[in-house]
Design a binder for this molecule. Structure first.
Ligand SMILES: *Cc1c(COP(=O)(O)O)cnc(C)c1O
Length: 318
């Protein structure tokens, strides 16, 4: 079917630059371009952040490029809006599970389909290293969500592994797993946590979109360099990479230590000791990535490079 589709298509694109490269290697006989995915900014902005943008950037809803002007929002106001988004998430977690998470504790979010290549258990690769890290640099809590396909046994056993890890960590790290992950819960999560964690096995993440939803809310990512993050990542500006190896295949022996090192030496100390610096990173997520990884920009690119007849191509190549 893929060959048939490629043969009969006038234009073919991947959904990120890396997806273009990987697809071009798989199908060398067809020219493949890329148009990077984007998410609907108005849908994914949590209400407190949307109100903040309304006050400072009145036209951001009509023209998401205006999110670029988030660079001028005072960081204190970003921190206040995020605090409100975080309380809304914590209240919903309490309502659903009875668990009370702390609004002042650094909170990692991980939510996506539970399927093996997403590696939700990578954070739990070395439980004693994780416990030592928390004792040295400060408390941590983790919120998971994500359903497995009913016939995906690998996905289901991953959820069990997360529960087992949560249970053995319960004296030091509060880990909650939320059921029934859907868009409403996704919006609360992407806007309400302090860090969005993404650990796919390279090169299997064509794009990934939940980190874009987080960026629109000023939530930085800690992510493997795959899919959209290769484009969205500016180290220490929009978030952090897990391993700086740009190679095409995952190397867990480098990724696991890097994941713990970034948390221990960069992210947690900044969050607890230099909150203003952390908030500047939040702001640059909105300005650099919210203004770009949105559906308005994506649709414009489809119109200009995919849908428009070649002769009238805006970019001038006939
Ligand atoms: C955004 C979203 C996804 C996709 O997340 P990825 O990071 O692209 O895997 C899946 N499920 C829900 C409910 C979402 O909101």
């Amino acid at each position: 079917m893929t060959h048939l589709a490629l043969l009969l298509s006038r234009y073919v694109n991947g959904v990120s630059m890396r997806h273009e490269e990987v697809s071009q290697d798989m199908f060398p006989n067809y020219p493949i371009d890329s148009i990077s995915n984007g998410v609907n900014a108005v849908t994914w902005a949590a209400p407190p952040l949307a109100r903040l943008y309304d006050a400072h950037i009145p036209k951001w809803r009509q023209d998401n490029f205006d999110l670029r002007y988030a660079v001028h929002i005072p960081v204190e106001e970003i921190m206040d809006a995020h605090r409100d988004a975080k309380s809304a998430l914590l209240a919903e977690i309490e309502r659903r599970t009875g668990e009370t998470l702390s609004p002042t504790v650094f909170t990692i979010g991980f939510a996506r389909r539970a399927t093996p290549y997403k590696r939700p258990d990578l954070l739990f690769s070395d439980l004693s290293a994780l416990q030592r890290l928390v004792q040295r640099v400060g408390p941590l809590q983790v919120v998971y969500a994500g359903k497995a396909h009913p016939r995906d046994e690998g996905g289901k056993s991953l959820i069990q592994r997360v529960f087992e890890a949560a249970n053995s960590l319960k004296e030091t790290i509060n880990v909650v797993y939320l059921e029934e992950y859907d868009m409403a819960l996704g919006r609360l999560l992407c806007g309400g946590v302090d860090l969005w964690l993404n650990t796919p096995q390279k090169p299997l993440e064509a794009s990934g979109t939940s980190g874009m939803k987080a960026a629109i809310n000023g939530v930085p990512s800690l992510s493997i360099l795959d899919g959209w993050w290769i484009e969205g990542h500016v180290e220490g500006v929009t978030g952090w990479s897990i391993s700086d190896d740009p190679g095409p295949e995952s190397r867990p022996d480098e990724e696991i230590p890097s994941l713990y090192d970034k948390l221990e030496y960069l992210i947690l100390p900044m969050y607890y000791e230099r909150p203003t610096e952390f908030a500047r990173i939040m702001r640059s997520c909105v300005a650099l990535n919210g203004s770009f990884f949105n559906a308005q920009r994506m649709v414009l690119q489809y119109v200009e490079t995919a849908y428009r007849p070649r002769a009238a191509n805006y970019w001038g190549d006939a």
